[in-house]
Design a binder for this molecule. Structure first.
Ligand code: NOJ
Length: 541
């Protein structure tokens, strides 16, 4: 990290590729993706232009929530390989100049974690306070004390534990920001048991960082300290992550801390280098690419800005993004992903031209682009799959990567009934091989966008965005990115009809970097005509 930046320099230039490990590439024929499989595909990822790989959890787990229920933070899940395989993967990445992000799940463990088994016992022991427990089974725990429910009737301990997400994910005890004196089981954040949990979690982070891991995506990063008052919980979370940054900056200044918080102003304030703007309650992300709100993203029918009939709106999202950028300045970065393992894929009900448009938009925002595996070929989320490992409606977004046109898509040598999940059954499912062979495919489009982003600094994660279309003329969206006197204009028309962008002042186009925009008259123009469902990236010099 240089003396002036507040985050490692490499984050500024990178694009992130998220892998759901069970579904990417199987190397040993058991039908489940693994680390050796990922290693064998690194050249593919690097050739697309992604330098950073984020793996969803790979730790020992009973996999009731696909690994977000850890039973041993220091062990690689046997189904994914061994520690030697992990070390080979890191070496393979680093040899290629790539980086590895792991998924850190500090808010909860699995109920099968040995800490929880101890914590559930009747007698006091060193793990009794490791989780949030009430002091009798016959008291529900009260309302508004955290994101989850209190679970009663587990084990011999006379108390209810707090679930952080699913019932089998007990909340680790980081204390309460405002413990209620009437409920003495709500511990202050400086309680010795809380402090020893923190130290243990810090040792776990160091364990992986010392193995060469380049950073973490932190699951539910705002969920650790509980409170009866959300504002106080947030303030306590900010203190918590500040403490992490103190030793982090000193000992691992090159490693990245990335939050799953979905409020970049808060997360960066807390000390994260990057935060994802995603589908959390009240967030505008869904309006851009999916439904109206958190609950409609799983419905069919597209009411987003990219709906070709113009059913959505973009201003709320752009306003939010601009607000966060202005607030965080050069203290941190924002990532706006194509999707993730919790959402239906962005390809749902969309054509390749529509997906290209969305990628053009995403990869030209002031954001660290993150692409969910398979989104570069427009993999679809099959509907109505039975739930796998706690995925429920998220199951369709976790199907095997489609490498080639064979029945098993090149994912695994196992017979298909043994696959982690069935491959997308549609006869026209996309594949990497087919898209590599077709110059105008979504895959090549992705590659071009990443290449442009590294060639033109203004298209990167920090340069300001200035919107040029009037908010009351929402289609097409037109914006300018500028850095060090170099300016590039982006125009995106999601509609099924030709649209002309009228600029407030004429611009001189030096070079059409991408797209089919028709520039009226000479290269200097105040009008840009965009064919149906198309976009343009124009360098202005
Ligand atoms: C967020 C993760 O992305 C999701 O997959 C998981 O189920 C929850 N956190 C609980 O860890």
């Amino acid at each position: 990290m240089d003396a002036h930046a507040c985050f490692p320099e490499w984050l500024r230039k990178t694009a992130i590729y998220q892998i759901f490990p069970a579904s990417f590439q199987d190397s040993n024929g058991d039908g489940i993706g693994d680390l050796r499989g990922i290693l064998s595909r690194l050249d593919y990822i690097r050739d697309l232009g992604f330098e950073t790989v984020w793996l969803s959890p790979i730790f020992a787990s009973p996999f009731q929530d696909a690994g977000y229920d850890v039973s041993d933070y220091r062990m690689i899940a046997p189904r994914y390989g061994t520690m030697a395989d992990f070390e080979a993967l890191i070496a393979g990445l680093h040899q290629r100049g790539m980086k590895l992000l792991l998924d850190f799940v500090p808010g909860h463990t699995s109920i099968r974690h040995p800490w929880f088994a101890e914590s559930s016992r009747h007698g006091r022991n060193p793990y009794s306070d490791r989780y949030v427990w009430t002091d009798t089974t016959f008291y529900c725990g009260g309302k508004g004390t955290g994101p989850g429910q209190f679970i009663n009737g587990h084990g011999e301990r006379d108390g209810n534990y707090l679930a952080n997400f699913f019932y089998f994910q007990p909340a680790l005890n980081y204390g309460y920001a405002d413990p209620d004196p009437g409920r003495p089981w709500q511990m202050p954040t400086d309680h010795s048991s809380v402090r020893s949990l923190k130290q243990e979690m810090f040792r776990i982070l160091r364990f992986w960082l010392d193995k060469g891991v380049d950073g973490f995506r932190v699951d539910m990063a705002a969920s650790l300290v509980k409170s009866n008052d959300p504002a106080k919980a947030r303030a306590a979370m900010i203190d918590f992550w500040h403490e992490v940054r103190q030793w982090w900056d000193r000992d691992y200044p090159e490693a990245a801390l990335i939050a799953e918080w979905s409020n970049p102003s808060e997360a960066i304030e807390a000390g994260f280098h990057v935060d994802f703007m995603i589908h959390f309650e009240g967030a505008s992300y869904m309006k851009v690419f999916r439904g109206e709100n958190k609950y409609t993203i799983f419905d069919r029918g597209d009411v987003s800005y990219f709906n070709p009939e113009g059913k959505g709106e973009l201003q709320t999202f752009l306003r939010e993004l601009q607000g966060h950028r202005a607030y965080i300045g050069n203290r941190g970065l924002i990532s706006i992903p194509t999707g993730n393992h919790d959402l239906p894929r962005y390809s749902r009900d969309r054509s390749e031209a529509e997906l290209k448009n969305i990628l053009t938009f995403l990869f030209t925002l002031p954001s660290v682009p993150t692409l969910y595996y398979g989104d570069e070929i427009g993999m679809r989320s099959p509907d109505d799959l039975p739930s796998k490992e706690g995925a429920y409606r998220r199951t369709g977004a976790r199907t095997p990567m489609q490498w080639d046109g064979t029945d098993g898509c090149g994912f695994s040598a196992a017979s298909e009934e043994d696959f982690y999940l069935p491959v997308d059954p549609s006869p026209d499912r996309p594949s990497v091989d087919a898209q590599l062979a077709r110059g105008d495919s979504l895959l090549h489009h992705t590659k071009r966008l990443i290449a442009l982003r590294s060639e033109y600094t203004e298209l990167g994660s920090e340069a300001p965005l200035r919107q040029l279309n009037a908010p009351n003329a929402p289609y097409p969206v037109v914006y300018l990115r500028e850095a060090n006197g170099s300016r590039t204009l982006i125009a995106v028309n999601p509609l099924r009809e030709t649209k002309t962008a009228k600029l407030t002042s004429p611009v001189t186009v030096k070079k059409v970097l991408l797209g089919e925009a028709r520039i009226a008259g000479a290269a200097t123009t105040a009008e840009i005509e965009l064919p149906p469902v198309s976009s343009a990236i124009l360098h202005l010099g």
